[in-house]
Design a protein around this ligand. Structure first.
Ligand code: F6P
Length: 310
């Protein structure tokens, strides 16, 4: 996200527009005061390599109320703010659209979520860094799996969608993947483990998206340990390490393009749209579509998992 903030600030300055950073997102917009910080080129120096966001982030319940949004509007007026660039996902864009309808302040959003589950962009900011972290972990887990001939369930983030899980499975060379989108997989998995010794597999790594199964990877592991005699598996939950760390080069380039694209779109009079990258081109998608339309998993990648795990 820092690469996006940096690009947005410097693109705006290149177009002679003043920039004010609002700390903590909508929460800071409502609380005002020191949350409003004028930003110049130097303010966003030396941040491109840092994870997280220098502007901080929050989930604001107050912005979901009309009173909260009214206060936010008063603060924006006080600082002469005429347009907003926001980074986020569903909640951020829903709030931005509502805010425009009530107070007429236009927004352009950049897709920031490691889950990559926003319609209107091939990739979201953070996804590439997250899958690289997951793959690095899988590579390390593989050493114990191989030496000890063990089965590992590696749980990755993805409450509603399996983009991280699918990419980490292919790149990490895992045997199987369990996705929120493909619930029936558990029985397939039991069969898979029953026959895996016939395929001369001495160890296995299964990537589990957290939203696949109530209770996540631990529940799956416990279930299989009970159902398959002699079966013993280990579980690793990668959790929030996927959401931090220095961003990959790919993520920095993506975020820079999106920050640049977002500011240009706003200054060219666009509003209520998310900037995205599709087929390597910057495109705009109305917030309402980005929020409501489903981005499907790549079916070819799913097939590939089955071909590659033999
Ligand atoms: O951004 C979405 C997500 O990465 C989900 O995949 C995950 O379930 C969630 O964030 C974790 O959120 P929190 O940090 O609030 O626990």
């Amino acid at each position: 996200m820092n690469a996006c903030v940096r690009a947005a600030v410097r693109t705006a300055i290149a177009r002679d527009v003043e920039v004010i950073g609002v700390m903590q997102g909508y929460k800071g917009m409502i609380e005002g005061g020191e949350n409003f910080m004028p930003l110049n080129s130097r303010s966003v120096g030396n941040i491109i390599q840092r994870g997280g966001t220098i502007l901080k982030s929050s989930r604001s319940k107050a912005f979901m109320t009309i009173e909260g949004r009214k206060t936010a509007h008063e603060n924006l007026m006080e600082h002469g703010i005429e347009g907003i660039i926001c980074i986020g996902g569903n909640g951020t864009f829903t709030g931005a659209e509502k805010f425009y309808n009530e107070f007429g302040i236009p927004s352009i959003g950049a897709p920031g979520t490691i889950d990559n589950d926003l319609f209107g962009t091939d990739l979201t900011i953070g996804f590439d860094t997250a899958i690289n972290t997951a793959v690095e972990a899988i590579d390390k887990i593989r050493d114990t799996a191989d030496s000890h001939g063990r089965v590992f369930f590696v749980e990755v983030m993805g409450r509603d969608t399996g983009f991280i899980a699918l990419a980490a499975t292919i790149a990490g060379g895992a045997e199987s993947v369990m996705l929120p989108e493909v619930k029936e997989d558990h029985h397939k998995l039991i069969d898979f483990f029953r026959t895996r010794s016939q395929n001369k597999k001495s160890f296995s790594i299964v990537v589990v998206a957290e939203g696949n199964f109530e209770g996540g990877a631990f529940a799956i592991s416990n279930m299989l340990n009970k159902e398959i005699p002699g079966f013993e598996s280990r579980v690793v939950i990668l959790g929030h390490i996927q959401r931090g760390g220095s961003p990959t080069a790919y993520d920095r380039v993506l975020a820079s393009k999106l920050g640049y694209g977002a500011v240009n779109a706003l200054l060219d009079g666009e509003k209520n749209k998310m900037v995205g990258l599709m087929n390597n081109k910057i495109v705009l998608t109305p917030f309402i579509d980005a929020i409501t339309q489903i981005k499907p998993l790549n079916a070819d990648l799913l097939k590939l998992v089955d071909i590659l795990n033999n």
